[in-house]
Write a protein that binds this ligand. Structure first.
Ligand SMILES: Cc1cc2nc3c(=O)[nH]c(=O)nc-3n(C[C@H](O)[C@H](O)[C@H](O)COP(=O)(O)OP(=O)(O)OC[C@H]3O[C@@H](n4cnc5c(N)ncnc54)[C@H](O)[C@@H]3O)c2cc1C
Length: 274
C-alpha cells in the first residue's frame, strides 16, 4: 500500500515548526527519522494532511555536557548514541541501550525524540530514560515546558504532548562512578521489539534506586519496592517479582508474567554484579 497524499514542509527553525503544527490544528505530523511514521503512513494508519520535516533542525541535534546531566537533542539518532560509547561519562547506559535497538539501518535514522513521541509500549527509550530519571524539554508555539520522561507516555501510543508540541531534548542525570545499572530485554528475533524488558539504575551516591518494567500494555511501570530491595543488595525471587508486577501489569497471562519477571530479575542481577 502507498501513503495517502500529504503536503510537506521543511521549517527553518523550531519556532516555524511548532507554528506549522499549530496552524494545522491536529492535521499535521512531525517527521523525524520516519522509522515509525513511515510505515504508519504506508499502511494508512496515519493520514496527516501535512508532514513537518524536523529532521534537519540543528537545534535538535546537540549532545551537550550540562554539568550534572547530559543534554541529548530529540533529533539525535540511536546510532549517534551507540557510537558515543566511551564519550558520555556517567551515561554509559544510553550507549548500551542505543546499540540494542533494532538494527543499524533503523538506528541510523530513528531518533530519541521520535521514539518517545511515538510511545510504543515496547520501545527502548521510554523505558531506559524513565529508569534514568530523564526530563524531556518540550516546545510549543507559545511556551516551553519540562516533564519527567516517566510521565510523558500516558498509554500505548499516547503521550502528554499536544498536537503542536515537539520534544526538543532530554536531560539525563549523570550517574556517579559508583552507580550500577542493568538493562535486559527478551526479543524473539534479533532486531525486533522486545516481548519483555526491564531497566534498573542503582546509584547510592545520588540516593537513586529506580526499576522499571517495559513492553507492557501501556507505559513502563515503576517497581519501587523491588528497587529498594536491590539497593540493599537483595535480588528478589521470581515469585516476589511476579507479585510486584501483578497490580501494574494486570493484562499479562501466566507465561507473560513469568517472562517479565525474568527480565526484571536479570536486569537486577546485571546491576548488582556490575
Ligand atoms: C524494523 C524496526 C524495528 C524497530 N525496533 C525497535 C526496537 O527494538 N526498539 C525501539 O525502541 N524502537 C524500535 N523501532 C522504532 C525506532 O526506534 C524508531 O526510530 C522510533 O520509534 C521513532 O523514531 P523516528 O525518529 O523514526 O520518528 P518518526 O517515525 O519520524 O516519528 C514517530 C512519531 O513521533 C513524532 N515525533 C517525531 N519526533 C518528534 C519530536 N521531536 N517531538 C514530538 N513528536 C515527534 C512523529 O510525529 C510521529 O508521530 C523499530 C523500527 C523499525 C522500523
Amino acid at each position: 500500500m502507498k501513503a495517502a497524499s500529504f503536503d510537506y514542509a521543511r521549517p527553518r527553525d523550531l519556532g516555524e515548526a511548532t507554528r506549522l503544527l499549530a496552524q494545522a490544528a491536529g492535521a499535521a505530523k512531525a517527521l523525524a527519522g520516519g522509522q515509525s511514521l513511515g510505515p504508519m503512513l504506508n499502511l494508512r494508519l496515519a493520514r496527516p494532511a501535512l508532514l513537518v520535516d524536523i529532521a534537519r533542525l540543528e537545534s535538535l541535534h546537540a549532545i551537550a555536557d550540562g554539568g550534572d546531566h547530559w543534554l541529548i537533542g530529540a533529533g539525535v539518532t540511536h546510532a549517534r548514541l551507540e557510537d558515543a560509547s566511551g564519550a558520555l561519562p556517567g551515561a554509559e547506559m544510553l550507549c548500551h541501550v542505543a546499540h540494542g535497538i533494532a538494527y543499524r539501518a533503523v538506528r541510523n535514522r530513528g531518533t530519541v525524540g521520535g521514539s518517545l513521541a511515538h510511545a510504543d509500549p515496547a520501545a527502548d527509550w521510554p523505558l531506559a530514560l524513565a529508569a534514568l530519571d530523564a526530563t524531556a524539554e518540550i516546545a510549543g508555539p507559545k511556551f516551553a515546558r519540562r516533564t519527567p520522561v516517566a510521565a510523558l507516555m500516558t498509554g500505548a501510543f499516547t503521550t502528554v504532548l499536544a498536537d503542536d508540541e515537539l520534544i526538543v531534548s532530554v536531560a539525563v542525570p549523570k550517574a556517579s562512578p559508583q552507580a550500577r545499572w542493568g538493562y535486559y530485554k527478551f526479543c524473539r528475533k534479533p532486531g525486533e521489539f522486545p516481548d519483555a524488558s526491564a531497566a534498573v539504575v542503582l546509584d547510592p551516591a545520588r540516593k537513586v534506586a529506580r526499576l522499571y518494567a517495559g513492553a507492557l500494555d501501556g507505559p513502563p511501570q515503576a517497581l519501587p519496592a523491588l528497587a529498594a530491595a536491590a539497593a540493599a543488595g537483595t535480588v528478589p525471587s521470581l515469585d516476589d517479582i511476579e507479585a510486584a508486577l501483578a497490580p501494574v501489569a494486570r493484562g499479562l497471562d501466566d507465561i507473560d508474567r513469568r517472562l517479565h519477571a525474568v527480565a526484571v530479575q536479570r536486569a537486577l542481577k546485571q546491576a548488582i554484579a556490575r
